[in-house]
Design a protein around this ligand. Structure first.
Ligand SMILES: Cc1cc2nc3c(=O)[nH]c(=O)nc-3n(C[C@H](O)[C@H](O)[C@H](O)COP(=O)(O)O)c2cc1C
Length: 209
């Protein structure tokens, strides 16, 4: 049976959305060791917004993509795995992600997500502004739900290049947006995001089968 994967994202300026599109393409392209397509299914959602229109306007936030559904806690149990994608705020996940996890108390009580798999994609303005701490400080949500964290490790050679500014670590795909947000995800970062999707789909598929 094909793995069912949800990608749930938040973005203010669009960087994370670009990584999400590449990650989703990676999930769809994932193949088994024999080269046969895994046919993993992917559905993209957005985290619910918690900021007022006034604050979003002051942040110069990009308009929401209204074609993407907003996730509800009750959507989660139907999936085998989740890739959560959000930018850093003060070295941690955006409050929109925390608020959403707060809404999953009923699922926590019934442990409906226990044994499912999860992965994290993130973005910072600066190279050392919290790429890894954002992932690490999200892990308590996983632990309390019993969600199994899937990092990407060092299998992809893309993580180990040092000749240019680049996101991406064994914890997962990332981008560096630049202090004014003008830097866009590089080809290498998008390639790593696609790898993240492929890797996650292959691990979840092995697990569900
Ligand atoms: C309130 C606030 C806090 C932020 N904190 C950090 C931070 O701790 N480290 C960092 O590098 N960038 C920080 N940023 C920058 C965002 O992470 C950056 O705008 C984001 O990664 C861009 O992704 P997006 O276009 O998908 O929103 C912060 C931005 C805001 C608005």
């Amino acid at each position: 049976m094909p793995a069912k994967i949800a990608i749930i994202y938040y973005t203010t300026y669009g960087h994370i959305r670009k990584l999400v599109d590449a990650t989703a393409a990676g999930v769809k392209a994932a193949k088994g060791a024999d080269g046969a397509p895994l046919n993993a299914e992917v559905t993209i959602y957005q985290f619910p917004e918690i900021l007022s229109d006034e604050i979003l306007a002051k942040q110069y936030a990009a308009p929401k993509d209204t074609s993407i559904p907003v996730i509800k806690a009750t959507d989660l149990p139907q999936y085998d795995g989740f890739i959560f994608a959000f930018p850093t705020r003060y070295g941690r996940a955006v409050a929109q992600a925390s608020a959403f996890f707060d809404s999953t108390g009923g699922l926590w009580a019934s442990q409906a997500l226990n044994g499912k798999m999860g992965s994290i994609v993130t973005s910072t303005a600066t190279q050392h502004g919290g790429q890894e701490t954002t992932v690490a400080t999200t892990l308590p949500f996983f632990a309390h739900h019993g969600i199994i964290f899937v990092p990407i490790g060092y299998k992809s050679k893309l993580i180990s290049t040092t000749d240019a500014v680049q996101g991406g670590s064994p914890w997962g795909a990332t981008t560096v947006a630049g202090p004014d947000g003008s830097r866009q995800p590089s080809e290498l970062e998008l390639e790593l995001a696609a790898y993240h999707g492929e890797h996650f789909a292959s691990i979840v598929t092995k697990y569900v089968s």
